[in-house]
Design a protein around this ligand. Structure first.
Ligand SMILES: *[C@@H]1O[C@H](CO)[C@@H](O)[C@H](O)[C@H]1NC(C)=O
Ligand SMILES: *[C@@H]1O[C@H](CO)[C@@H](O)[C@H](O)[C@H]1NC(C)=O
Ligand SMILES: *[C@@H]1O[C@H](CO)[C@@H](O)[C@H](O)[C@H]1NC(C)=O
Ligand SMILES: *[C@@H]1O[C@H](CO)[C@@H](O)[C@H](O)[C@H]1NC(C)=O
Ligand SMILES: *[C@@H]1O[C@H](CO)[C@@H](O)[C@H](O)[C@H]1NC(C)=O
Length: 325
């Protein structure tokens, strides 16, 4: 190896420590210092380059938590006109004194809360979380279902469970990127739900208007200091459902949602399925923790979201059952 080759190894050293060692021994001390400085700089650049988004997010997160509460009154933050009917001229005018928000977590299993849930004025569920076969724990009534674009097919392919309901005025709110459900999108998904809406007249189907979708993003930014798009994450159906529930309910009892610190201490020590209807599916804490640290792609800030829910709980009559916190 000649000198230039060693310098090359030095500059690109962080990948292999043994090669740096070779450099150390043979370089003169003056050049060593420069070389070391460059190495440190390079390492910093590489580390900063891959983590800058998250570091900045976390830094902002702590700064902004105190300012957040003053800025948003969720009872009237974005307006009901943000819910657009897929068919006809229905308006989203649901208002309930008391709501049961039933999560899809396996924490609801074995608690026999079905009776309490069914005796709540309004029952809110998410995506394709079934009631059939789980009535004892989750009840059988559904007033409102909040469904992600990714779950549309799973809901539509079981009409007896999700569409043809005996509930009075059942309602589904679909959320998704504006290109899926925007009024002008008229994509496959949009037309499919429109057809469903025409077929099941008692069921009211709404999409979240693009303008309101943007407000959900800016709400997340205000409440957490983290930019949803820049941190390459998606809001979860849980986030949409909680905000919508606060909009329509005076009181909310949440079933099966763990606290933000639940998975923190010993991840992996509390094995519970992520979904109550998928006993062999992914683990809840593993899903939360992996998603929280995910850098790009299709992931959610489940734990950050729950930190916000914990703050909202004090302001909007929200209580958490199974587990209680
Ligand atoms: C909604 O449309 C129906 C006909 O499709 C009409 O009879 C009704 O008056 C309309 N309601 C409102 C509030 O526009
Ligand atoms: C729920 O179950 C009860 C009895 O178990 C039944 O009377 C009721 O119609 C069911 N409700 C729905 C929405 O299926
Ligand atoms: C739909 O609503 C009408 C009147 O509101 C009612 O008579 C009918 O039974 C309902 N259909 C279903 C499937 O619940
Ligand atoms: C909380 O619940 C009480 C009693 O049900 C109600 O009067 C009050 O308006 C609720 N507060 C909010 C912020 O919804
Ligand atoms: C993030 O959560 C989703 C469920 O919303 C799950 O499908 C996915 O596997 C999770 N990602 C990671 C990296 O755990």
């Amino acid at each position: 190896l000649d000198y230039t080759k060693k310098r090359f190894l030095c500059y690109f050293g962080p990948k292999s420590h043994s090669q740096i060692e070779i450099g150390h021994k043979t370089l003169e001390s003056g050049k060593m210092v420069i070389c070391a400085a460059v190495l440190v700089l390079m390492t910093l650049l590489i580390l900063y380059g891959s983590n800058s988004v998250n570091d900045a997010d976390y830094a902002n997160f702590h700064v902004s938590t105190h300012q957040a509460l003053k800025t948003t009154d969720l009872k009237k933050w974005a307006g009901r006109e943000g819910y657009v009917p897929f068919y006809g001229n229905k308006t989203m005018n649901l208002h309930c004194h008391k709501c049961a928000l039933v999560t899809s977590s396996s924490h609801v299993l074995g608690k026999k809360a079905g009776h309490d849930i069914d005796h709540t004025e309004c029952v809110i569920r998410m995506n394709d979380a079934p009631t059939l076969g789980y009535e004892e724990d989750v009840g059988n009534r559904t007033t409102l279902r909040v469904v992600a674009h990714a779950s549309v097919f799973r809901v539509i392919r079981r009409p007896n469970e999700f569409l043809h309901r005996a509930d009075s005025n059942p309602m589904i709110i679909f959320w998704g990127p504006p290109n899926k459900f925007g009024k002008d999108s008229k994509g496959t998904l949009y037309r499919l739900i429109q057809r469903v809406s025409m077929t099941y007249r008692n069921l009211s189907c709404f999409s979240i208007a693009p303008s309101k979708m943007r407000k959900f993003d800016s709400l997340f930014l205000r409440e957490t200091g983290r930019d949803r798009q820049k941190s390459h994450s998606w809001l979860s159906t849980g986030w949409f459902t909680m905000v919508i529930a606060i909009e329509i309910c005076d009181n909310i009892e949440v079933y099966g949602m763990v606290s933000p610190s639940h998975c923190g201490k010993k991840p992996g020590s509390k094995k519970m399925p992520y979904h109550y209807y998928k006993p062999r599916g992914p683990d809840e804490c593993v899903t939360y923790v992996q998603n929280e640290s995910g850098k790009r792609g299709n992931h959610h800030r489940f734990i950050t979201e729950k930190q916000v829910f914990a703050r909202w709980a004090k302001h909007y009559n929200i209580s958490f059952t199974h587990p209680t916190w």
